[in-house]
Design a protein around this ligand. Structure first.
Ligand code: ADP
Ligand code: ASP
Ligand code: MG
Length: 453
């Protein structure tokens, strides 16, 4: 069986959904589970609705009308019957009622609203399949993906979820070969809606694939696969034909938006190949991500992420004393903030974080035994590939080509497959361009990279 995930642009309107249907029909697999995102930009709009719930109810209600019309328009364009439109209107009646009755915005309210985008897109797509004469089951992911109550970025209860998915799908597959489910959404033990974090539909698809031991996990998006760099920034980026799980995981973690960072782990656990493909160019072979052994060891790609904060922690009192680092990390642990890059000297330590929600409390705790300074608006740039450690002279080339740029932090050696630096955001584009032309202009292995332009 196959799990096929289609992102927001792939279901952005009726035309796109028709392409999705064609791709699903042409799939060689008999059993298919289709996971969809909300229609493009709908999640942003729903966040807007939720955030204005106590500030400006009129605005939220007006925005809901706009979102409803967007959906009804596509239902019309797909020529679906009136029952579908009526169901959608009812759904929006419910949401408008919630806007009127909710007193304040909080993370529960956030998930109540944002989870609606995927419920709507999966419902519409399943009806469009039925119109094409395909028997199709519209599964509500809230029934089978179980999480904690960390609304907005909930943690999946893997065991419970696997059991529920297996039981439910075993039943459904007795009568249906095609299931359509919304990505991104789940529920807690009290059955309240939760979500898995922005871009989380890829992760949902991986959870389903792992629970069902799928033969393949396909991520269908709006580019031909994974490129040597974000093709929106680097026009000459090349498509990567093959990546290892580790490489893809690092690229996703360090900012390649094409895959949600949590997607790879469930695939690794069951050794499921992940294929990234383009809904708007399905004949392109895409990028295949699998086991390390199948992969040639070399530098594969550059990823970057903005909005990085650097925290410098200095403590003369800790000079020569043991326990400094552990004390620092305990504080990040207590404040539930994950640290990305770390550099240390005898009396100081610099760390980067991207989630500054608890920064105030972190600073307060650190200031009890050290001097702390923070700088915002930085970016992390990571060159990724299994060949990094094996290729002589990488660091020299890396720093040589960036000789005019102020590099604020370096992390090399911690991971076998990644060399990361921190620069100011204002230096990001220039640095990425310089690095890309240094590493990906000439002498590329045509077993690994495909020239696009
Ligand atoms: P979807 O809605 O299908 O999940 P996303 O917008 O989340 O799509 O991810 C696809 C986008 O990821 C592409 O349009 C591209 O701009 C961006 N991207 C960032 N880095 C890369 C990369 N290395 N290769 C391909 N795409 C990338
Ligand atoms: N719709 C959600 C988002 O925009 C999830 C996803 O698209 O993967 O973040
Ligand atoms: Mg995405």
């Amino acid at each position: 069986m196959v799990v096929m995930k289609f992102g927001g642009t792939s279901v952005k309107d009726a035309e796109a959904m028709k392409k999705v249907i064609e791709i699903v029909i042409n799939s060689k697999f008999k059993r298919k589970l289709v996971v969809v995102s909300a229609m493009s930009k709908i999640t942003d709009s729903l966040i807007d609705v939720a955030k204005n719930i106590s500030l400006n109810k009129e605005y939220s209600l007006h925005k809901l009308d706009e979102i409803m019309l967007q959906h009804l328009n596509e239902v019309d364009n797909l020529k679906l019957n009136d029952i579908v439109s009526e169901r959608i209107v009812l759904e929006f009646d419910f949401l408008k009622n919630e806007v009127t009755n909710q007193k304040e915005f909080n993370s529960e309210v956030y998930d109540l609203f944002v989870s609606r985008g995927e419920l709507l897109s999966s419902f519409i797509l399943s009806k469009a399949f039925e119109m094409k004469g395909l028997r199709c089951y519209n599964l509500d992911s809230k029934e089978v993906i179980k999480t904690d109550s960390n609304f907005g970025e909930a943690k999946v209860n893997q065991q419970e979820t696997n059991k529920l998915i297996q039981n439910k799908l075993n039943e459904i597959y007795k009568n249906y070969n095609l299931v359509v489910a919304g990505g991104f959404i789940a529920s807690n033990l009290e059955n309240e809606p939760t979500t898995l974090g922005r871009g989380g539909s890829d992760y949902s698809a991986a959870i389903y694939a792992s629970a069902l031991e799928a033969n393949e996990l396909e991520i269908w998006t709006d580019v031909d696969g994974i490129f040597t760099c974000d093709p929106r920034m680097i026009k000459s980026a090349k498509r990567i034909l093959k990546l290892s799980y580790t490489e893809a995981g690092e690229l996703a973690y360090f900012g390649a938006k094409v895959l949600h960072p949590k997607t790879i782990l469930p695939a690794i656990e069951k050794n499921i190949p992940v294929i990234v493909k383009n809904t708007f160019n399905p004949s392109s072979s895409g990028t295949r991500i699998e086991n390390e052994k199948q992969n040639i060891k070399m530098i594969k790609a550059i990823a970057f992420r903005k909005n990085i904060s650097i925290i410098n922690i200095q403590s003369n009192r800790m000079l020569g004393a043991y326990g400094f680092l552990s004390r620092v990390f305990e504080i990040f642990n207590k404040n539930e903030t994950s640290v990305d890059l770390v550099t240390t000297s005898e009396v100081s330590i610099s760390v980067t974080i991207d989630d500054i929600k608890n920064l105030h409390s972190i600073m307060k705790d650190l200031e009890e035994f050290s001097l702390v300074s923070v700088s915002h608006s930085n970016a992390v740039i990571s060159v990724v590939g299994e060949g990094i450690k094996l290729t002589a002279g990488i660091a020299a080339r890396y720093f040589g080509v960036l000789k005019g740029i102020n590099i604020l932090m370096v992390s090399f050696g911690a991971s076998e497959v990644n060399l990361s630096i921190i620069v100011k955001e204002s230096d990001l584009e220039n640095s990425v361009n310089l690095l890309h032309s240094e590493f990906f202009s000439t002498n590329l292995d045509n077993e690994v990279f495909l020239e696009v332009n």
